[in-house]
Write a protein that binds this ligand. Structure first.
Ligand SMILES: [Fe+2]
Length: 170
């Protein structure tokens, strides 16, 4: 049977690669003035990142609270909000819409914040080494659960932990 920690590390790392590439693509397209490309990349991130974001916000970050300060944890959640705001702005943009330069610059800044966040988040994963095997099994269960549901990132808004817990117990 594959080692739990190895599986968890691998899944987590794979998610980060996908997410990092997604925001990298968004930043790149925005810098090049390719709005269509940026919107397409944002749609892909919205679809692909939901499970990972749910896992982090509802299972992984609460565990990190044992090792990190409250401010650091709050910053991680805030950065996700920044990332989601970029995604929402792009996917809700009408085809003929031409945002002004200031809007584009702030979208680029938000996307770069997420790129930075993703790079850092991968490092935070080493905190996992300090968790017990039982806690890692629990985390892997959470990650798998969300991957099976495949929520969109924006679709996570308003879905609560209670529903998630019930789902997990079934
Ligand atoms: Fe994160």
């Amino acid at each position: 049977m594959p080692n739990i920690s190895d599986e968890l590390f691998k899944d987590f790392r794979d998610d980060h690669i996908v997410l990092g590439r997604g925001f990298g693509k968004i930043s790149e397209c925005l810098r090049a003035g390719d709005l269509e490309g940026a919107k397409e990349a944002a749609g892909a991130v919205d679809r692909d990142a939901g499970a990972h974001i749910a896992f982090e916000e509802r299972a992984f970050y609460p565990k990190l609270a044992a090792f990190l300060g409250e401010e650091d944890i709050a910053r991680l959640y805030d950065e996700h909000k920044t990332g989601l705001a970029v995604i929402m702005a792009l996917i809700s943009m009408r085809p003929e819409e031409r945002p002004d330069r200031q809007t584009i610059l702030s979208l680029i800044a938000g996307s770069e914040t997420m790129e930075q966040h993703i790079a850092e988040c991968g490092e935070l994963f080493h905190a996992l080494e300090r968790l017990s095997e039982d806690e890692r099994v629990e985390l892997l269960q959470h990650l798998r659960h969300w991957r099976a549901i495949e929520p969109s990132w924006h679709g996570l808004q308003g879905s609560d932990e209670g529903v998630f817990q019930r789902d997990l117990e079934q």
